[in-house]
Design a protein around this ligand. Structure first.
Ligand code: GH3
Ligand code: MG
Ligand code: MG
Ligand code: MG
Length: 314
């Protein structure tokens, strides 16, 4: 039985959720051949703290989506040689863009044609001219929902950490950032020791508890700017920006000891687990590629296992 939240709790919960996802400005792409109008929408959205970019040429839409990765698309309907409605319909064929909120902005007032446009894949229809406030409200509420859904998709269900795909994306992004800023970073591959035995002895449910406990430790003990993901099974992957190998080794040993100190309970009996970790540092490479980090950290992890487990290898 779950007690329903009272209204104040609900409001606090909503506030905290909103707070979680509004730090990075929403990205809005405006596709419209009318330059003056586009500029005025853009200005309204910028004033509201969002990032808004304009694409006047529908033939560039896909590339622009790839580059800018908007949270929402504002789409004109009548453009020379192109129909926004058919563009929206086409976008829905791509897995990647099937969830993208699309709002038509058009002077079209014919009800039938508006409904047709919505049925082809748009989420809403706003008729021009539009008040600044109205535009901002309609955009904000949908962009926020899109962000939250995207965050959920990036999450590993068991632990709430980034999932395999997204931690790899984060690594690729860190490689680019470190190259640009000529900074150094470390990555860590962690794996629970003899975890199969934990499952076999105490059951899968208890095994899951151990996985979640380690995830919690990683979330709370690492820095806010560090990125942590569940790479698979009982294997975790962390990216430590601006961290050299010695720093990473210190962090890992600290985590290793904290994890080994946790006591788990099963039917009145207590047990503990250990982990092994392998570190790769950007100092060791000329060019930064995500795959080489994973391979290098993985090899270091194997070395840690070979060295008897419950240890860290750099
Ligand atoms: P090593 O010290 O060499 O890492 O030994 P190990 O037993 O931990 O390694 P191995 O990779 O052979 O076993 C990992 C086990 O993790 C096997 C699999 O059943 C279990 N596992 C993978 N994902 C989950 C999960 O989500 N929950 C639970 N409970 N177990 C999982
Ligand atoms: Mg037009
Ligand atoms: Mg293991
Ligand atoms: Mg493993």
């Amino acid at each position: 039985f779950v007690r329903p939240l009272n209204v104040m709790q609900l409001v606090e919960k909503v506030d905290s959720l909103v707070g979680d996802h509004t730090e990075i400005p929403y990205r809005i792409l405006i596709v419209d051949d009318d330059e003056m109008l586009s500029l005025s929408y853009q200005q309204a959205l910028l004033n509201a703290g969002m990032r808004a970019e304009i694409e006047p040429d529908p033939t560039h839409l896909l590339r622009r989506l790839e580059d800018f990765r908007p949270d929402l698309l504002l789409l004109d309907i009548h453009m020379p040689g192109y129909s926004g409605v058919e563009l929206a319909a086409a976008l829905r064929y791509y897995d990647e863009w099937t969830g993208l909120p699309i709002i038509y902005l058009s002077a079209e007032i014919n009800r039938e044609r508006q409904l047709h446009a919505l049925n082809r894949g748009g989420d809403d229809f706003i008729t021009k001219p539009i008040s600044e406030q109205y535009l901002v409200s309609v955009v904000r509420v949908r962009a926020e929902r899109m962000r939250r859904l995207a965050n959920l998709r990036a999450c590993d269900g068991l632990t709430g950490l980034l999932n395999h795909v997204h931690i790899k994306e984060a690594l690729a992004a860190e490689c680019l950032r470190a190259t640009r800023e000529e900074s150094c970073f470390s990555v860590v591959m962690l794996d629970i020791d003899h975890f199969k035995q934990v499952n076999d002895t105490y059951g899968h449910a208890r095994g899951d508890t151990v996985i979640r406990a380690l995830a919690h430790l990683l979330k709370t003990r690492l820095r806010g700017t560090d990125k942590v993901g569940r790479y698979g099974g009982e294997e975790f992957f962390a990216i430590l920006p601006s961290c050299q190998e010695e720093g990473a080794e210190r962090q890992c040993n600290w985590l290793r000891e904290a994890f080994a100190a946790l006591e788990f309970e099963h039917e009145g009996e207590t047990f503990a687990c250990t982990l092994s970790a392998g570190i790769a540092c950007s100092e060791d490479f000329e060019l930064l590629h995500a795959d080489q980090f994973i391979e290098c950290a993985d090899q270091a992890l194997y070395a840690a296992k070979d060295a008897g487990r419950n240890c860290v290898v750099g």
